[in-house]
Design a protein around this ligand. Structure first.
Ligand SMILES: *[C@@H]1O[C@H](CO)[C@@H](O)[C@H](O)[C@H]1NC(C)=O
Ligand SMILES: *[C@@H]1O[C@H](CO)[C@@H](O)[C@H](O)[C@H]1NC(C)=O
Length: 482
């Protein structure tokens, strides 16, 4: 007996040569965008790799300009440059970068080491001239802005780019792609309307929850009582997530899994965005109760700060704050909470790679869950550092909704409690406080303990490869669509 699958396979095997012949003859009658004639709906059941082979479909766009006037986020847009170069290597074409120079925090070393971009970075002041210099066949046909919240807020670009688009003939229009970071930063968003009316814009958030916020707002705008908004076609604006993760070389670590000792909170030291104060308070409370589990001696009358217990074999717990800004550390925690600010990228990656676990520490009311993208997950995944998350975080940052990179705590268990449980491999202090030992919360705590906090380099590698492949698909769509 033939199975259903075998029948489908055999049928497709027989009709495929015919369809290919049809495709070739039809392509001769239609323009190259006739690539849509590919019989993908018929045989996708047995051709799951057709997406992977998309390189063979001719791309429409060949000369990309990635540009920003903003002195930050170069790690984000240069990651896209790297993706686009990989795709263009297959399809033919070039990328040129326009950005303030030098890149901040010695990022050029990373660009060179990882070969993110082989060309010369150009002055952003020359972007419009270079777009207008060639309005024909070899002109710039895709413009990516590194931070649209800044790049389309003022200056020459908002008007200048539209004028440049209007000046081109119909066969030589360019597309605009906007990398965005924060949905709630709305001051530039009026510029989306004229680009949407021209069917020439794509939104490129760095995380799924920011994409969701834009899609929601675009659907609402499509229903606008104002016909000039309603007719702009907002609901058809492509919104695509490109996750800015670089291939930071991580040295192979053959040490046996050790006790959890070095945690990191990474990002600007803003107490609105991150709950530093609550973390400090909980650490103090836990140390007061049980300093030994953290590796410290009890405070005596003379001590201002906890001191490492020299009799313990395990390294003491330390919390690194890596970022920038100013933050007052409570005197009790001076030996335990260590600030590392203003690091250049090389030193940042080197230190980050030694961390055992990354703690997001988002404040509950902050926008990092709903509208704004934190780069902390990308930084941690790049450096193979497991991240302590909740279901809520995984729902926002879909690319870390993956056990290869994260340790999931029940939200009822505070971050400090989770760190303690993972460090001591004992969660009974928490289970005793849940309403019943059989609750879903208790099960989630058990599951967290069972998986532990160590994530292998191989697991991280395979997750990153999945992300890079998905990024390439985004790059292909940017070069193909519209
Ligand atoms: C980064 O900073 C460190 C210490 O300040 C310095 O030694 C190193 O040369 C810097 N790296 C680069 C690539 O400039
Ligand atoms: C939790 O409860 C169990 C059983 O009652 C007890 O043996 C254990 O000591 C308690 N643990 C803590 C940390 O209170």
């Amino acid at each position: 007996m033939l199975s259903h699958r075998q029948i489908v396979f055999a049928a497709c095997f027989l009709v495929l040569p015919f369809l290919l012949w049809q495709f070739v003859s039809l392509s001769e009658q239609y323009s190259l965008s006739g690539a849509r004639l590919w019989p993908e709906t018929i045989c996708t059941a047995i051709l799951p790799t057709i997406e992977d082979e998309i390189h063979s479909i001719p791309q429409k766009r060949h000369r990309v300009a990635v540009a920003s006037t903003f002195g930050f986020h170069h790690d984000v847009y240069m990651s896209l440059v790297w993706t686009l170069e990989r795709v263009l290597d297959q399809t033919g074409g070039t990328v040129e970068v326009y950005a303030p120079q030098p890149f901040g925090f010695e990022f050029q070393t990373i660009v060179d080491t990882l070969r993110l971009y082989r060309g010369q970075v150009k002055d952003p002041e020359t972007l419009l001239d270079n777009i207008n210099q060639n309005m024909g066949d070899r002109g710039i046909d895709l413009v990516v802005l590194g931070t649209c919240e800044v790049d389309l807020r003022g200056g020459d670009w908002p008007e200048g780019l539209l004028d440049a688009w209007d000046a081109r003939d119909d066969d030589h229009k360019f597309n605009l792609a906007c990398i965005v970071h924060n949905f709630n930063d709305v001051s530039w968003q009026e510029w989306i309307t004229p680009w949407s009316r021209r069917n020439a814009i794509r939104i490129l958030p760095i995380s799924e929850h920011v994409a969701a916020a834009f899609r929601r707002s675009f659907f609402i705008k499509s229903d606008s009582p104002d016909p000039s908004i309603r007719l702009a076609g907002y609901e058809y604006i492509p919104v695509d997530v490109h996750v800015p993760i670089l291939d930071i070389p991580v040295p192979v670590d053959h040490r046996p899994p050790r006790i959890l000792s070095d945690a990191v909170i990474q990002g600007s030291f803003s107490t609105d965005r991150r709950d530093y104060l609550e973390i400090f308070a909980e650490l103090k409370e836990s140390l007061a109760r049980d300093p030994q589990v953290w590796g410290y001696l009890p405070l005596t009358a003379e001590d201002e700060s906890y001191i490492v217990d020299p009799t313990l074999a395990d390294p003491p717990f330390r919390l690194f704050l890596i970022g920038s800004g100013y933050l007052e550390i409570p005197s009790e925690l001076r030996n335990l909470v260590l600030i590392r600010d203003g690091l250049n990228y090389s030193d940042f990656y080197t230190l980050m790679r030694t961390m055992d676990i990354c703690v997001p520490a988002f404040s509950t009311g902050g926008g990092y869950y709903d509208s704004q993208a934190s780069s902390t997950f990308a930084m941690a995944v790049e450096c193979d550092v497991p991240i302590l998350v909740t279901e809520r975080i995984k729902n926002s940052y879909m690319y870390v909704n993956d056990d290869r990179a994260v340790v999931t705590r029940p939200a009822a268990m505070r971050e400090v409690e989770a760190l303690r449980a993972l460090r001591t491999r004992d969660v009974s202090f928490f289970l005793n406080r849940t309403s019943t030992l059989n609750s879903p919360t208790a099960h989630a705590a058990d599951a967290m303990m069972r998986m532990g906090w160590v994530r292998s380099e191989e697991k991280f590698r395979s997750l990153k490869q999945d992300i890079w492949r998905a990024n390439e698909r985004v790059g292909e769509r940017m070069l193909r669509d519209m």
